[in-house]
Design a protein around this ligand. Sequence first.
Ligand SMILES: Nc1ncnc2c1ncn2[C@@H]1O[C@H](COP(=O)(O)OP(=O)(O)OP(=O)(O)O)[C@@H](O)[C@H]1O
Ligand SMILES: [Mg+2]
Length: 226
Amino acid sequence: MNLLEYIEFRNTSFEYIKDKKVINSISTKVYKDDITAIVGPNGSGKTTLGKLMTGILKPTFGKVYMFNKDIKYMTLGQVGKQVGYLFQNPEKQFFSCTVEEEIGFVLKIKGFDREYIDKKVEYLLELFQLDHLKEAFPLKLSQGEKQRLAIAAILANEPEYLILDEPTKGLDMDRKTTLVNILEKLNEKGIGITLISHDYNLVNQISNRVIEIYRGEIVEDRRNKD
Ligand SMILES: Nc1ncnc2c1ncn2[C@@H]1O[C@H](COP(=O)(O)OP(=O)(O)OP(=O)(O)O)[C@@H](O)[C@H]1O
Ligand SMILES: [Mg+2]
């Protein structure tokens, strides 16, 4: 099998504070065809690793390559065209007055016509069971609704690769199942996914590779049977 590389970490380290390595010389490749899970205890460096995969953070030492390009020389705009990133606390990113505007915002900026945007927004509202809330103020939504809105807004941009930091936080069982189905369908369509999660059920259910980190180092890396 010839797997397409999405990210390569090469002796990658990261420090928020000088001489305190939060990511400690990680070397591995993450492939586009996989649903890769990153697991590990609180504070082990999962979110930091996710941010290194999006160029939000640049390595303090070592290299990160995205599609074989050194991420150091890529702007967030260049990365953002290809990669959708769900923040651990996505409501911090909301800025629109209504749910439908939040989902359609990027499409509007990109200059798509009204009809295309409306159709896409409607589709995503229905997919994420948010249709009844389309005129609601995003910050007033429940946690599960906010989480679904954030994912819907990311998917509107049709990313090639998705990085989701704790995507099931606040979702009930039914909504979790719906999300799993959506992610599996996206992956079948060729969209690569990295899932940062404490939810072992979710991880075992959908990921075919699990990377476990502890204190900024990879302590286990296993492939589940497909
Ligand atoms: N902006 C920051 N400044 C300084 N230290 C930070 C900063 N952000 C994170 N850290 C530290 O880096 C380490 C790794 O944090 P990170 O958020 O990557 O962990 P995590 O595995 O995502 O944890 P959680 O499971 O709680 O989400 C922690 O010790 C944390 O305190
Ligand atoms: Mg985290």
